[in-house]
Design a protein around this ligand. Structure first.
Ligand code: KIV
Length: 263
């Protein structure tokens, strides 16, 4: 999809929405030629590409750098970028400057985690012409509040809170809502109660669409095997094999061949 209207259209046609994360130019070029509907430059970039333990280390500069790279490769798909940790907690001016920089880098929408304390900011951005995607359930920027990357909404009180927050976010003007690490029934209740699409990750199969981290679904991280993840490619093993094949052929003087040499 090329713009935000695609989200409404797919939801109204009861068609599922497919999303992946992307952080760089070369994978953006591949995704651009695929059938994936939309792309997120997630703040998970801090973990996946920079090796940090949480997304707390993502900064506005980091989001800008990766958004620019992705935009160069992604010509035909809608691009959303994350607002990083605390970027909206230092006043409206800082919020606007951060969103401005991320949009100038090529994003067409911004994703903001949580509901408590951000509804005003979301309304403010939406009324300034900025499409905002919400994010509830496991909001990784609050990992220390949750005590880990754990399933949310398991108790009745927690589930009710998330359901109420989802409605408040919709009323604030978000165009779609990510639901992360929630029991399927809660995600189903939320999806049925909203007119905007929900995008799940670890939230069962009743959401309007799904998102996976590209490197996770390509099987590039052999140590990351959560219950919700399906690996569509044996990336880790495949890359290791290719590197070892190359190494052997260099050592055995089999690479480069005559065909691969200039005369
Ligand atoms: O940062 C990210 O990659 C995300 C998705 C997992 C939804 O927020």
């Amino acid at each position: 999809m090329k713009n935000i209207n695609g989200f409404k259209k797919l939801k109204s046609e009861s068609k599922k929405i497919s999303m992946v994360t992307c952080y760089d130019y070369w994978s953006a070029e591949i995704i651009d030629q695929s059938d994936i509907d939309a792309v997120l430059v997630g703040d998970s970039v801090a973990m996946v590409m920079h090796g940090f333990n949480t997304t707390i280390n993502a900064t506005v500069d980091m989001m800008v750098m990766h958004t620019v790279a992705v935009r160069r490769g992604l010509k035909n798909k809608f691009l959303i970028s994350d607002l990083p940790f605390l970027a909206h907690k230092k006043g409206k001016e800082r919020l606007v400057d951060s969103v401005d920089a991320i949009f100038k880098a090529g994003a067409e929408a911004i994703k903001i985690e949580g509901a408590d304390g951000v509804l005003d900011d979301i309304q403010y951005l939406v009324s300034s012409g900025i499409p905002v995607m919400g994010h509830l359930g496991l909001t990784p920027q609050s990992v220390h509040k949750f005590g880990g990357f754990t399933v949310q909404g398991e108790s009745k009180t927690e589930a009710e809170k998330i359901i109420v927050e989802a409605k408040k976010l919709e009323d604030s003007g978000i165009f779609a809502l990510v639901l992360e690490m929630l029991p399927s029934e809660i995600a189903k209740t939320i999806t049925e109660s909203l007119s905007i699409p929900t995008i799940g990750i670890g939230a069962g199969n009743y959401t309007s669409g799904h998102i996976l981290v590209l490197q996770d679904m390509l099987g590039l991280n052999e140590k990351f095997n959560p219950k919700f993840l399906r690996k569509y490619f044996a990336g880790y093993e495949g890359i290791k094999l290719a590197l070892n094949d190359y190494n052997i052929e260099v050592k055995e003087n089999l690479f480069p061949s005559e065909k691969e040499s200039y005369k």
